[in-house]
Write a protein that binds this ligand. Structure first.
Ligand code: ADP
Ligand code: BMX
Ligand code: ZN
Length: 290
């Protein structure tokens, strides 16, 4: 059965068709709308899926935000330009006329990445470093979603009590420092107003401030991974998202993790499915492979 699979992030929207063979076909991408009202998101989703939906039998959505009873509830509304709530399943069922299911983007990506390595490992944590910092925890072969959808929101654990205020309302969350938005928000002087992608490009050219911002993100992420190891005793941490997959980033995280006591060390790898992990994970969950 063909699934129309959709990934909604704070920066980009992606969609594709996935068959039982799990091959991604006809992948399309659009920017997440800049105005970010519910109407703008609805129109962007319509434009994204229109060329694909007639060939699918169902819809599977991986989305940023806490997914509760089919709706998106932002924990950090700033990542969606202030959008707090969006009826995901209802909107996609109306647009496509197909049955839909929705799951958090990092939980979905974690599930796909677990599939890529299952057999060897039963406990794995996926972390996306993207617009925000999200997580998907697989414990003893089961994906944790939580009764309210909050499980795995690792970006909202404490990195620095003197750090910046996070859009979720806490002070010093990992996400407020390590995410693409966090990196960009800390940029000053010649880098003020640059996005994370530009900051990575400046770092590659040797810009000292850009290098420092990326190092700080990698250091905060390594400390988070040590915490995650202490909580879950996972055998693998998989890193995704455009910041997480950027050249050189994982190596820096490895460097800082190696400075922690050895009990907190855990094998790190880059997402096997790269930028498609969320799309594939949602499709797998729709296939009932859970
Ligand atoms: P989303 O959060 O929508 O899932 P991404 O995973 O692409 O999307 O993450 C978006 C963040 O990643 C933005 O902060 C953007 O500036 C940054 N980014 C995008 N491309 C790159 C890149 N090549 N290198 C480093 N950062 C990037
Ligand atoms: C935020 C939160 C998470 C999400 C994570 C990564 C919102 C809107 N999102 O912590 O639910 O998994 O960002 O999202 O509150 P991404 O957009 O960076 O992929
Ligand atoms: Zn937070």
């Amino acid at each position: 059965m063909t699934t129309l699979t959709i990934d909604i992030g704070g920066t980009k929207l992606a969609a594709a068709l996935v068959d039982a063979d799990l091959q991604i076909r006809e992948r399309r991408e659009l920017p997440t709308p800049a105005s970010k009202t519910a109407d703008a998101l609805r129109e962007a989703l319509k434009a994204l899926v229109e060329p694909l939906s007639s060939r699918a039998k169902r819809v599977a959505v991986a989305s940023t935000g806490i997914i509760r009873e089919g709706s998106l509830v932002a924990i950090n509304p700033q990542n969606l330009g202030g959008l707090m709530h969006f009826p995901l399943v209802q909107t996609l069922e109306e647009i496509t006329g197909l049955p839909a299911l929705a799951v958090n983007d990092a939980q979905a990506a974690g599930w796909a990445e677990y599939h890529a390595i299952a057999g060897e490992i039963r406990d794995m944590v996926f972390i996306t470093v993207s617009t925000g910092v999200g997580g998907g925890v697989v414990s003893n072969g089961k994906l944790l979603t939580g009764t309210g959808g909050l499980a795995g929101h690792l970006g909202h654990t404490l990195a620095d009590p003197r750090g910046p205020v996070c859009g979720c309302g806490r002070v010093g969350c990992v996400e407020a420092i390590a995410s693409g938005r966090g990196i960009a928000a800390a940029a000053q002087d010649e880098l003020a107003g640059c996005d994370a992608r530009t900051i990575f490009a400046r770092a590659a050219e040797g810009n000292v401030q850009a290098r420092g911002l990326i190092q700080h993100s990698a250091q905060v992420l390594a400390r988070l991974i040590a915490d995650v190891k202490a909580i879950t005793d996972c055998q693998r941490v998989v890193i995704g998202g455009s910041v997480g997959l950027a050249e050189g980033y994982l190596g820096q995280v490895q460097h800082y993790l190696a400075q922690e006591p050895s009990v907190y060390h855990v094998e790190l790898s880059a997402a096997h499915y790269r930028h498609d992990a969320g799309l594939l994970g949602a499709a797998l969950l729709a296939h009932g492979e859970r």
